[in-house]
Design a protein around this ligand. Structure first.
Ligand SMILES: C[S@@+](CC[C@H](N)C(=O)[O-])C[C@H]1O[C@@H](n2cnc3c(N)ncnc32)[C@H](O)[C@@H]1O
Length: 299
């Protein structure tokens, strides 16, 4: 067995704890559900894993109490800001997908907006492409990291649903991994359409509904001693919700990419150290995130 990524628990778990064993059982269950009609021997190996797990719930790693705690947007990103730029498989997969699209629209002197910019990774990139770049976010703590990372951009605190920015201002806007935090993206899309100039492009990345099948949420912390596992709620907007939002905002859909979970993302799953075949069968082929490219029509 490979080295454990988790600290050994100091105390026996309590009956109501949410444990690593529960997570592993879910992964094995999804792997069977997505493949049960293909190969009986595969199913038997999964049942053996489940038997082993059921007989070992008090043993490490299954006994490890994770007890993920939900945080609201404000406190979540206040806590997360210092480590947000650390290894993050979703960001590692997103950047190669979205940066070539940004390259098509960015350029010297273009006015670019990084909406819900967080720690400013896209804002810094747009500055590097010569854009006159603005970033907005609701989290002062995330913005402090962004200001240090991209001193050439202008940042301020605002809700993307009501930015206070002038109408018809930007040649290009990007909003990454943020509309998932809203119950419905429509109000934000209407606001972003307002501040784009006619003919300008909006690029959106957002976690895909398949992420719910993969047990996803905006998790942070949890595998470092003394740092509890915490999460901010994601809403996995369906295609019908996106299309209704674009229509309400008067935005034209030019492209929709559905980017699968890649091998690095699968390998990064903590359960992959213990039940690698199940992890692969559970997650391979699921979509990690959408990339939408939409335009505010010129007339
Ligand atoms: C997962 S982070 C993404 C940050 C950055 N766009 C990136 O891709 O690295 C989500 C960000 O959205 C911001 N956010 C969420 N809802 C927002 C809202 N209604 N208005 C402004 N910012 C918001 C959060 O503060 C957080 O910084």
């Amino acid at each position: 067995m490979a080295a454990a990524p988790f600290p050994e628990p100091a105390e026996a778990r309590r009956p109501a704890d949410i444990t690593a064993g529960h997570f592993f059982a879910g992964v094995i269950g999804v792997s069977i559900l997505r493949n049960w009609y293909v190969d009986g021997a595969f199913n038997e190996r999964r049942l053996a894993e489940l038997r082993n797990l059921a007989n070992s719930t008090e043993a490490f790693p299954y006994s490890l109490a994770l007890n993920p705690a939900e945080r609201d947007l404000q406190s979540g990103y206040r806590e997360w800001a210092a480590n947000y730029d650390g290894p993050n498989p979703l960001i590692a997969a997103e950047e190669p997908s979205v940066r070539p699209i940004l390259d098509r629209y960015a350029g010297a002197g273009k006015r670019a907006l990084d909406a819900a910019c967080g720690t400013g990774r896209h804002a810094a990139y747009l500055v590097g492409r010569g854009c006159v770049t603005t970033g907005v976010d609701q989290s002062a703590t995330m913005l402090a990291v962004a200001r240090a990372k991209a001193p050439g951009a202008t940042f301020f605190e605002a809700d993307v649903r009501a930015t206070g920015l002038p109408s018809d201002e930007f040649d290009l806007a990007v909003i990454s991994l943020a509309l998932c935090h809203l119950p419905d993206p429509t109000t934000a899309l209407i606001e972003l359409a307002r501040i784009l100039r006619p003919g300008a492009t909006l690029i959106i990345t957002d976690p895909h509904p398949d992420s719910a099948t993969a047990g996803g949420q905006a998790f942070y912390g949890g595998i470092t001693p003394g740092q509890p596992m915490t999460w901010v709620r994601n809403n996995y907007h369906r295609a019908s919700v996106w299309l209704a939002g674009f229509r309400a905002a008067g935005l034209r859909v030019d492209e929709c990419h559905e980017v699968p979970i890649d091998e690095a993302g699968i390998a990064a799953n903590p359960a992959a150290l213990f039940v690698p075949e199940a992890v692969h069968a559970a997650f391979a082929g699921l979509i990690a995130f959408w990339v939408w490219v939409v335009t505010k029509p010129a007339t």
